[in-house]
Design a binder for this molecule. Structure first.
Ligand code: PLP
Length: 415
């Protein structure tokens, strides 16, 4: 048995495999350079073209580019009319930003536990969480698996409340023949550095209603009645005025330069991640103490394959999740945790008195989940290194077990 790098052995690879490495092509680089040389680097023609392309891709009525998904979610809640004293129903198994924006508008996040298989909000529990103060439902398509949108829309319609989708993981996702981004009043997408497509920082909000679009478009840029490109573009300067105090949430044309080509390559990149996913499944499915992620694809529903999450069952695997993450790091494999449930974070505990036991399914996932690298920038060797590292660590911690796939693989490697 090889010695773990954690215990002084040689790591499975000499250089660090960073988690969430983006695939950036020459097209992005050339386009960014073209923008830098163009004389206009702010929100302008390329951002507008990116919005048009993105709306077409998502079958959305409107798409508004932002400097983050967080900004998009914040403006969506304002657009949905959520304010002080209101409640918004969401999942605890998400990134903190989902709940932060609820607090930003003065509302209270009301968490509903998740379904263990999909890791998405458990739709059978939503109804019980609705009160007269509920003003929105914010589902998150966890890891790229589209939520049960028919059930969510049905509940929302019955109570007359809007749906704001957090699709930060789910740009490529489809749900029963409908594109994510086209289904709800508002859907937010993230182009953060580690996401399925990236503009380094950036996001998009797709919007169904024309009036809501017009208001959010103004709120995105200080609440002005004309954006900067309109003010300065050919034809000469136009005066402007503030309609309501807005925010500084716009994208710029340097980011959009990346976005245009990231979007064009999105489907091809998804196929690469689907392939890595399958290799991981085949490698880990038979291993003691590891639970591979469930996934459901059909002709009409598509998982966006953002995060490949293993669950580590310490008794069977031989070590716990944090030990695995540390051991992977020493082997030069980056990994992540998605997520520590939001209700366990200090601000939520202190402000709302939430804590352990409130949402047992989300907590069980949060305690055991590890995200492995899953990026179209990964080479065949990168994927093999991840598999080899997990097997090596399993071999070290499962020494009492002699008849497992990882040992066969080790023999093959040695032969
Ligand atoms: C990344 C992420 C966000 C925030 O995206 P930004 O573009 O970084 O603001 C929101 N929700 C979820 C579920 C995320 O993973």
């Amino acid at each position: 048995m090889r010695t773990l790098a954690l215990e002084g052995g040689r790591p499975v690879r000499p250089d660090f495999l960073v988690f969430g490495r983006p695939l950036i092509g020459e097209e992005e680089i050339d386009e960014v350079v073209d923008t830098l040389r163009s004389g206009w680097i702010g929100y302008g023609p390329k951002s507008i073209r990116f919005e048009e392309d993105f709306a077409a891709y998502t079958r959305a009525n409107h798409a508004l580019s932002m400097n983050s998904a967080t900004a998009a979610l914040h403006l969506a809640l304002i657009g949905a009319g959520v304010g002080r004293g209101d409640e918004v129903i969401t999942t605890p198994l998400t990134f903190t930003a989902t709940a932060n924006v609820i607090a930003h508008v003065g509302a209270r996040p009301v968490f509903v536990d998740v379904d263990e298989r999909t890791q998405n909000i458990d739709v059978s529990r939503i109804e019980a969480a609705i009160t007269p103060r509920t003003r929105a439902i914010m589902p998150v398509h966890m890891c790229g698996w589209p939520c049960d949108m028919n059930a969510i829309r049905e509940i929302a319609a019955r109570h007359g409340i809007p749906v704001v989708e957090d699709a930060a993981h789910a740009t490529e996702a489809w749900y029963e023949g409908e594109k994510i981004g086209s289904m709800s009043e508002f859907t937010a997408f993230s182009f953060y550095a580690t996401k399925n497509m990236t503009t380094a920082e950036g996001g998009m909000l797709t919007v169904r209603d024309q009036k809501a679009h017009d208001r959010i478009k103004a709120l995105r840029l200080h609440g002005l009645d004309k954006d900067a490109w309109k003010r300065y573009s050919p034809g000469g300067f136009l005066p402007y005025e503030t309609i309501e105090p807005g925010y500084k949430y716009n994208m710029n044309d340097i980011q959009a330069s990346m976005g245009l080509h990231q979007l064009a390559r999105l489907e091809a990149n998804l196929r690469v991640r689907q392939d890595i996913w399958q290799q991981y499944d085949e490698a880990f499915a038979g291993m003691d103490g590891l639970v591979t992620p469930a996934v459901h694809d059909s002709t009409s529903t598509r998982h966006a394959r953002h995060l490949y999450t293993l669950r580590v069952m310490p008794e069977q695997f031989g070590c716990d999740r944090m030990q695995l993450i540390n051991a992977l790091g020493a082997e030069n494999i980056g990994s992540g945790i998605h997520f520590i449930p939001v209700h366990l974070h200090r601000w939520h505990r202190d402000t709302y008195g939430t804590g352990r036991g409130d949402f047992p399914v989300a907590e069980a996932i949060g305690d055991t989940t590890v995200s492995l690298p899953l990026s179209a920038a990964m080479t065949v060797e990168d994927t093999q290194d991840v598999v080899a590292a997990v097997r090596k660590i399993a071999a070290r911690y499962q020494t009492s077990n002699a008849v497992h796939g990882w040992q066969d693989a080790d023999h093959r490697e040695a032969a």
